[in-house]
Design a protein around this ligand. Structure first.
Ligand code: HEC
Length: 144
């Protein structure tokens, strides 16, 4: 009964340990912010803009350190006889399509990342990639 004062100290130490372990775990798992799977804008700003730029033109802050410059995502339709290459873009984001003709791809593969992010909800990752593809489509430069 005399050492009862030790109890709160033990509890604080325990809580701190749990928090520190939790943090370490979180960092190893996904260091990405959670976004709404139906907001293309939010996802693009969080996951793509560092390289592709907020406007998709390829001038994000990380672009300078890449070996390959991120392509301008606003001219995808223009470069494809005026029609947006929906399936190709979808597959590039998911990681099912190869982009570079040689060497290693510099762009991250998002399919597994999104599947991990919404582990408990089947189909969510696909929804994210669809939403992102539609968002990239909406960035296409208007040509008259
Ligand atoms: C780490 C930087 C980086 C991030 C983050 C990134 N990309 Fe890319 N992206 C690239 C690079 C570099 C290429 C050129 C091909 C290559 O080397 O991988 C590319 C290519 C592409 C292409 C093909 C463009 C073309 O002209 O063929 C699309 C579409 C694309 N990215 C969309 C996205 C989307 C959507 C996201 C976010 C979910 C994203 N990228 C995130 C760097 C990045």
């Amino acid at each position: 009964m005399k050492r009862l004062w030790l109890l709160p100290i033990c509890m604080v130490v325990m809580l701190l340990t749990v928090r520190l372990l939790g943090q370490k775990h979180a960092i190893q798992e996904i260091p990405l912010p959670y976004t709404s799977p139906v907001s293309g804008r939010e996802m693009f700003h969080s996951y793509c803009a560092d390289c592709h730029g907020l406007d998709g033109k390829g001038n994000g802050p990380v672009a300078a350190v890449l070996k390959i410059m991120p392509p301008d995502l606003t001219t995808l339709a223009q470069r494809n006889q005026g029609s947006f290459p929906y399936d190709r873009v979808f597959n590039i984001i998911s990681g099912d399509a190869t982009i570079t003709s040689h060497g290693n791809r510099e762009m991250p593969v998002w399919g597994p990342v999104f599947r991990q992010m919404d582990k408990s909800q089947r189909g969510k990752a696909k929804l994210r990639i669809k939403t992102l593809t539609n968002y990239v489509a909406s960035l296409q430069a208007q040509t008259k």
